[in-house]
Design a protein around this ligand. Structure first.
Ligand code: SAH
Ligand code: SF4
Ligand code: F3S
Length: 447
């Protein structure tokens, strides 16, 4: 590897979940603090960070083709960009990436990216480095203070996963479950508010497994954290994702009826409606148990919008078992959902199970499931028409004078009128589409 001139511009490309996006933002902040600036839109950057995701297939192949494209573009422009591969593919396949892609000078895992600055110095000196250590919680303390964020900001409160669902790579790429300390989170939330946030989404692979100790030394759970954050005057909205059914507590259900700032939205993945499949997935809950939980949330907060994740074609899934998933969907009537074809992940137990399902079968099942989910999402949006709600303005729309924001139920709402990014605007929802709603402004609640 040859020496490089120190990079002046960077680009961070994030491919994964919200936690991956959060990591991407923190890496960008770290690079900015080092004096490297974001590359202008449409221009090649001196340093590119590919912040990868390993959750489903083709992720790794995509990384290699991205690297190829960067090298080619660099060659045409007569320069050689510094390339760092970060995120969950880096964690899972670090050594392989180093061996296969000589153009990559840095491989850094999701728990080690606070050391990216040093790695860049070493890369400039011509050294290639891999850092996939998992130091406990050292990362957050070492990252620079957050200075400027949008009105809706992410805050990672919990990392890793100990659940070991048999299809999933996360326990391997993100490591063991850890909760960030209570006071650190209150401090980071305050910093986010000072940096422009109005809404905070608390993140974790199992966000509701969070535990901590409050100022009086008392052991507290996720609901107490939400209540403490709700007491921050400048924070107007709280969301969280992703929850696991087995970590739902009484307090978590109750807070949905009691904390006004907590938005009426719950993302609670179920994956399948068949108890046999759920068992093989090691989910440790039943379809009935899951439905009962949702009933409890609906009792606490009748207008709560429900969302979930689904996998079709898990090894051995029969047509009858898939029909149980469709029946569960019919029973719940989700406001939104994410659904995927099962993807065998190297090193996970399900990848070597008997009864792997043919691609065409998975595709056909996914199409049927998505039909049902889209139908319900559209019905949920249609039922919202006529309601009045607050919308948090997040960006401009495509048309002149148009704004785009989120309803309390996480629907995208377009409207035209007097507003600015970061406003809370009271609107009447007047028209529903499959993926968004049109609103009519009634008043600006806050500016
Ligand atoms: N921790 C969260 C989310 C994990 S990843 C949870 O447990 O709910 C997000 C979603 O990706 C999962 O909920 C699951 O639906 C999907 N997913 C994970 N591994 C997968 C795989 N091997 N194939 C297909 N989908 C997968
Ligand atoms: Fe993966 Fe299961 Fe953990 Fe979610 S709970 S991250 S699906 S192992
Ligand atoms: Fe992907 Fe890693 Fe998130 S595998 S889904 S980026 S935790």
């Amino acid at each position: 590897m040859t020496a490089h001139t120190p990079p002046k511009t960077y680009r961070v490309k994030s491919f994964g979940c919200q936690m991956n996006v959060y990591d991407g933002e923190r890496m960008a902040e770290l690079l900015s603090q080092k004096g490297i600036t974001p590359a202008p839109e449409g221009e090649d950057a001196d340093l590119v960070v590919l912040n990868t995701c390993h959750i489903r297939e083709k992720a790794a192949e995509k990384v290699y083709s991205d690297i190829g494209r960067l090298v080619k573009a660099g060659r045409e422009a007569g320069k050689e960009p510094l390339i760092a591969v970060a995120g969950c593919v880096a964690q899972a396949e670090g050594e392989e990436i180093m061996a296969r892609a000589p153009a990559v000078s840095m491989v850094v895992g999701p728990q080690a990216y606070h050391r990216l600055g040093d790695m860049i110095d070493r890369a400039v000196a011509g050294e290639r480095a891999t850092d996939t250590d998992m130091p406990e919680d050292a990362k957050f303390a070492a990252l620079p203070k957050r200075r400027k964020v949008g009105p809706s900001a992410f805050l990672t409160i919990q990392e890793g996963c100990d659940k070991f669902c048999t299809y999933c790579v996360v326990p391997y790429t993100r490591g063991a479950e850890i909760s960030r300390p209570f006071n650190d989170l209150l401090r980071e939330a305050q910093i986010l508010l000072e940096a422009g946030a109005i809404e905070i989404t608390l993140l974790g692979q199992n966000v509701n497994a969070w535990t901590g100790v409050d100022d009086t030394g008392r052991d507290i759970g996720f609901d107490a954290l939400v209540r403490a954050l709700a007491a921050l005057p400048d924070l107007k909205r709280i969301r969280y994702t992703t929850s696991h059914p087995n970590d739902v507590t009484e307090g978590m259900i109750a807070m949905h009826g009691e904390v006004d700032k907590l938005m009426p939205y719950l993302h609670l993945p179920v994956q399948s409606g068949s108890d046999r499949v759920l068992k093989a997935m090691n989910r440790r809950h039943t379809a009935r148990g899951y439905l009962k939980l949702l009933d409890r949330f609906r009792e606490a907060r009748p207008d709560i919008a429900l969302s979930g994740d689904f996998i079709v074609g898990f090894p051995g899934e029969t047509e009858a078992e898939f029909a149980e998933t469709l029946a569960l969907v019919d029973a719940v009537k989700y406001a939104a959902a994410f659904s995927f074809k099962y993807s065998p992940r190297p090193g996970t137990p399900a990848a070597t199970m008997d009864g792997q399902i043919a691609r065409e079968v998975m595709e056909e099942r996914l199409a049927r499931l998505q039909n049902a989910l889209n139908r319900d999402q559209y019905a949920f949006n249609t039922a919202s028409v006529g309601k009045t709600c607050e919308v948090l303005v997040e960006r401009r729309g495509k048309l002149p004078g148009q704004w785009l924001g989120k309803s309390p139920w996480l629907q995208s709402v377009f409207f035209t009128g007097d507003a600015a990014i970061g406003d809370l605007v009271r609107v009447e929802l007047v028209e529903a589409g499959p993926n968004s709603l049109a609103g009519r402004v009634l008043e600006r609640v806050s500016a």
